[in-house]
Write a protein that binds this ligand. Structure first.
Ligand code: PHE
Length: 347
């Protein structure tokens, strides 16, 4: 703009252009006016040198006025653009929604299965493929099912090792300390041959440590038929371990004691967290005990209404939380229930 044009003439030109903005009735007209005002070579840009030449005492007032005009112009442009484009959409009869645009992907809120659930589903898949039926029992049990029917009489010392949560009601109800009571419930409601697995929550008065939790999960297995032996038990367990952890995981079976199985054993695998070297998860032994098992005690069969002279059976109970930890290399059982998304996001 020529140098002899005064500041007030420039401001008048700006005001005129703003009036043109209001009247712009096509997107092209609007864009032309917008550039003449706010563009790099527009009227506002031209003001710069003029303002610089002003007397310092006048500069703030004039600066303010220019700023207000600029804001007014910008607001008007935005408003006219919105009105014109809405009109254009209406005229062409199209909706603003364009189904051909790629969608916005949900960023962080994608859910996934908990490592525990994955392990449980995998286990059930394996057992079902072998012909086991999935059953469930109550979490609040009677002393009869949780203890007595399993040869754990009132004075049995093994009851101490399962320090329990009792309900404050008549009749000796407690939170089940194991899934083994489901063995009895299954025997009562079915006739052999039977093959069941019973997953569920169990409760013991344990401290919360890396390997122990007062609430954990077990899956109970029970198979009863004519002529079943310990070899069948071992075969089933070895197959489950192989399916879960692959053929190179080592399996160790040792004698153990449970009042409701005879003979009894426990099964351990070499620790998948430290590859058997020794770490916190395996108490530096290199082995993680996964389950207790054995041939169902004749008295337990009798308690379930099954004649031990005709039928034999085996049972096992494994800790699912331990299995999940092994499967995912998790070294602290507490992580499974803390629901920390930073932890869960890793699976
Ligand atoms: N119920 C036993 C426990 O909780 C495990 C077990 C189940 C052992 C079935 C033998 C047979 O330790």
């Amino acid at each position: 703009m020529p140098a002899d044009i005064t500041l007030s003439e420039q401001l008048a030109a700006i005001e005129a252009a703003i009036a043109t903005l209001k009247a712009a009735d096509t997107p092209d007209a609007l864009e032309a006016t917008r550039l003449s005002l706010l563009g790099r070579k527009g009227l506002f840009a031209d003001l710069g040198p003029q303002l610089a030449r002003l007397d310092p005492t006048e500069r703030p007032t004039m600066g303010k006025r220019v700023n207000m005009l600029r804001q007014q112009a910008e607001a008007l442009v935005a408003e006219r653009q919105a009105t014109l484009s809405a009109g254009a959409t209406r005229q062409s009869g199209k909706s603003i929604f364009d189904p051909t645009l790629p969608g916005r992907p949900p960023v962080s809120a994608v859910g996934r299965l908990h490592p525990f659930t994955k392990t449980l589903e995998r286990l059930l898949e394996i057992f079902c493929s072998m012909g086991f039926e999935v059953v469930e029992g109550p979490e609040i049990e009677t002393e009869y099912y949780n203890f007595e029917a399993l040869n754990l009489g009132a004075d049995h010392p093994a009851r101490d090792s399962q320090d329990s949560f009792y309900l404050d009601v008549e009749g000796g109800l407690l939170l089940r300390t194991q899934t083994s009571p489901v063995q009895l419930r299954a025997m009562e409601s079915r006739k052999p041959p039977l093959m069941v697995v019973a997953p569920g929550r169990v409760f013991r008065r344990d401290a919360f440590t890396a390997r122990h939790s007062p609430v954990f999960h077990q899956i109970e297995g029970l198979m009863i038929d004519k002529g079943l032996t310990f070899a069948h038990l071992k075969g089933v367990l070895a197959m489950v371990a192989r399916e879960l952890y692959g053929a190179d995981r080592k399996i160790r079976m040792r004698p153990d004691y449970f009042p409701f199985t005879e003979p009894s054993g426990d099964l351990a695998i070499d620790c998948a967290v430290c590859q058997g070297i020794g770490c916190r998860v395996c108490s530096h032994s290199g082995w993680v005990e996964l389950l207790g098992a054995g041939m169902v005690h004749p008295q337990v069969l009798r308690n379930g209404g099954i004649d031990p002279a005709v039928y034999t059976g085996f049972a096992f109970g494994m800790g699912i939380d331990r299995l999940a930890m092994m499967a995912s290399g998790i070294n602290d059982i507490r992580l499974l229930t803390e629901n920390d998304v930073r932890f869960l996001d890793q699976f």
